[in-house]
Design a protein around this ligand. Structure first.
Ligand code: 5GP
Length: 222
C-alpha cells in the first residue's frame, strides 16, 4: 500500500509551462534545442498563426496555419492563453487545448516568446508559467554575436541595440534569469531550474491523496 501511494505520487504530476525570452544573439535557441534533445519529458509548444505558409513548412510545422476568421472565432471562444498581432497584421497565438493536453498528463511544455505574450500567459496561468530570461553577458558581446552571424547590415544591428536593451529591462520581473556565457553551463542551469520546478508542491497533484494516507497511519498512534 505504501509503495502504491508513493508510486502514485511520483507518477501524478502537473506539467509546467517554461517560457523563455531572450533577444536574438542571446543564444536562447541553442539552449532550447539542447533541452528538447536531452529531456524527453519536455515538448515544444506549436502555436497557431494566420500568416501564410512558407516553403518547407507544413501543417503543425512550425505552426497550425489558420484562416483569419477561424482564428477570430477561437479568440471569441477564449481558446488562447495569449496572442499577439505582428506589424504585418498576422496573428500568432498559443492554444489552450494544445498546452493543456500536455500539462494535464504531467508533461512540460517549452515556449519561445516575447514579453507581451509572456505577460498574458502569466496572467492566465500564474501557477503553471515559469518565466525565464536569457541574457547575453554584455551588450558589446550581443553586438558582436549579431555581426558575426552576418545576416544583418551594421546600421540595422546598431538600431536594434537600444530596443534590445529596453527589452532586457523587462526581464527584471521574471522568475529566473540566465546569463548565457557558455552554452553547456547555461543548459545545465536550465536543467536545474526544470528539476526544481517539477518538485514544487503545486505540481505534485498526488499530494492530497498521500496526506490522507499519512493521516490514516498517524491515527494508529493516537
Ligand atoms: P515567423 O512568422 O517568422 O515564424 O515568427 C514571427 C514572430 O512571431 C517570432 O518573433 C515568433 O517568436 C513570434 N511568435 C510565434 N508564435 C507565437 C505565439 O504563439 N505567441 C507569440 N506571442 N509570439 C509568437
Amino acid at each position: 500500500m505504501i509503495v502504491d501511494i508513493v508510486n502514485h505520487l511520483r507518477e501524478t504530476r502537473r506539467g509546467a509551462m517554461f517560457v523563455l525570452d531572450g533577444p536574438s544573439g542571446s543564444g536562447k535557441n541553442a539552449i532550447m534545442e539542447e533541452i528538447i534533445k536531452r529531456d524527453k519529458n519536455i515538448k515544444f509548444s506549436v502555436s497557431a498563426t494566420t500568416r501564410k505558409i512558407r516553403e518547407g513548412e507544413s501543417e503543425g510545422n512550425p505552426y497550425y496555419f489558420l484562416p483569419n476568421e477561424e482564428f477570430d472565432r477561437l479568440l471569441e471562444e477564449d481558446a488562447f492563453y495569449e496572442y499577439v498581432e505582428s506589424d504585418y497584421g498576422a496573428k500568432y497565438g498559443t492554444l489552450k487545448s494544445e498546452v493543456d493536453s500536455f500539462i494535464t498528463v504531467g508533461q512540460d511544455v517549452l515556449f519561445d516568446m516575447d514579453n507581451p505574450g509572456l505577460l498574458q500567459m502569466k496572467e492566465r496561468a500564474p501557477y503553471d508559467v515559469v518565466s525565464i530570461g536569457i541574457l547575453p553577458p554584455s551588450i558589446d558581446e550581443l553586438y558582436s554575436r549579431l555581426v558575426k552571424r552576418g545576416n544583418n547590415d551594421e546600421a540595422s544591428i546598431k538600431k536594434r541595440m537600444m530596443q534590445t536593451f529596453n527589452r532586457l529591462q523587462l526581464m527584471r520581473t521574471y522568475d529566473y534569469v540566465i546569463v548565457n556565457v557558455n552554452l553547456e553551463e547555461s543548459v545545465g542551469k536550465l536543467q536545474r531550474i526544470i528539476s526544481g520546478e517539477r518538485m514544487k508542491r503545486v505540481r505534485q497533484i498526488g499530494l492530497p491523496e498521500f496526506f490522507k494516507q499519512l493521516s490514516k497511519e498517524a491515527k494508529k498512534y493516537e
